[in-house]
Design a protein around this ligand. Structure first.
Ligand code: SIN
Length: 301
């Protein structure tokens, strides 16, 4: 598919992800290229732009193409760069990695990030890939009984890793390369979001659930929700709904945070990895709630 005269998007899997070439993000981004990038993101849910090698100002300029930059709670940003998180893991660190389980970024906020931008700087000699799962493709293929259960229902999201009540055991927490607040009771507050969203651009429906932050479905207890959420999560992360991205220095990834979950693979202990991450805001999940009827499904492209 040609996005502009010079910009080309190449699908990388049947359901999620495209590589965008023919654009230099170090130069100012024209309005036509910006519109194409937004369009590609809406269609493909995660886009990869290789060989960009952006500095932080250029990364911020790219981020603003998609929406206003967000400053996130509970994670300490870079000194003098409140919008940028330095996702760093040192060679000496052991234990978990930041983002090392399936999640959608900060889904427990009232207005979670609409998307994120990850800029690959220093990479291990092997490993350190990131996976994304399409919650839109997963919705399309979800059995009718589960669609009926979820349409029009809210799910409860909590900032579990940063709070008290649901905090993971210390051994599962991310390493020391990123400073995160732990044990903050404000992160235990519950936030309700619709379990099924509808993209206002494409009309496509998508699940909005993830195991890192969702504690239960509204109207059901944690114990009643757990087997359903587990079954849905196994479905969302079926390989045919996922893409696994092996990074190269200078590659930029941009993802739709409301249409995907992602997972940072923890398999490069003894080696350094450094990425710079920005996030941008847009509509709230409530603004994107799918109508509670069985409207025809919008087929994946
Ligand atoms: C994240 O944003 O969750 C981290 C992703 C990564 O480091 O690959």
């Amino acid at each position: 598919m040609t996005a502009t005269n010079t910009t080309t998007a190449r699908k990388l899997t049947g359901n999620i992800g495209a590589e965008i070439t023919g654009i230099d993000l170090r130069s100012s981004i024209s309005e036509i290229d910006a519109a194409d990038l937004r369009d590609c993101l809406a269609k493909h849910q995660v886009i990869f732009l290789p060989d960009q090698h952006l500095d932080l100002e250029q990364q911020k300029a790219l981020t603003s193409v998609f929406g206003p930059a967000l400053q996130l709670p509970y994670v300490t940003p870079m000194d003098a760069e409140p919008e940028i998180i330095r996702v760093y893991r040192g060679a000496e660190e052991k234990g978990g990695v930041f983002g090392g389980d399936w999640h959608s970024d900060f889904s427990f906020l009232e207005v979670p990030p609409s998307g994120s931008v990850l800029n690959a700087h220093t990479l291990p000699p092997y490993g350190g890939d990131t996976l994304w799962a399409s919650q839109a493709a997963a919705w399309d293929a979800l059995p009718d009984a589960l669609q009926d259960l979820l349409l029009g229902r809210d799910a409860i999201h909590v900032g579990k890793p940063y709070g008290v009540k649901w905090a993971p055991p210390v051994k599962e927490q991310s390493g020391a390369g990123i400073k995160m607040s732990r044990g903050d009771p404000t992160a235990d507050e519950e936030m309700k979001h619709p379990a099924v969203l509808q993209n206002p651009v494409t009309g496509r429906r998508m699940l909005y659930l993830n195991p890192t932050y969702v504690t239960r479905l509204d109207g059901l207890s944690e114990a009643e929700s757990a087997p359903l959420l587990d079954q849905i999560q196994r479905h969302v992360t079926r390989p045919e709904f996922c893409i696994r991205h092996p990074w190269k220095p200078g590659t930029i990834a941009v993802w739709d945070n409301l249409a995907t979950q992602h997972y940072a693979v923890n398999d490069y202990q003894g080696h350094e990895r450094l990425m710079y991450r920005t996030t941008f805001s847009g509509l709230s999940p409530r603004d994107m709630a799918a109508l509670p009827d069985k409207a025809p499904r919008v087929a994946a492209e």
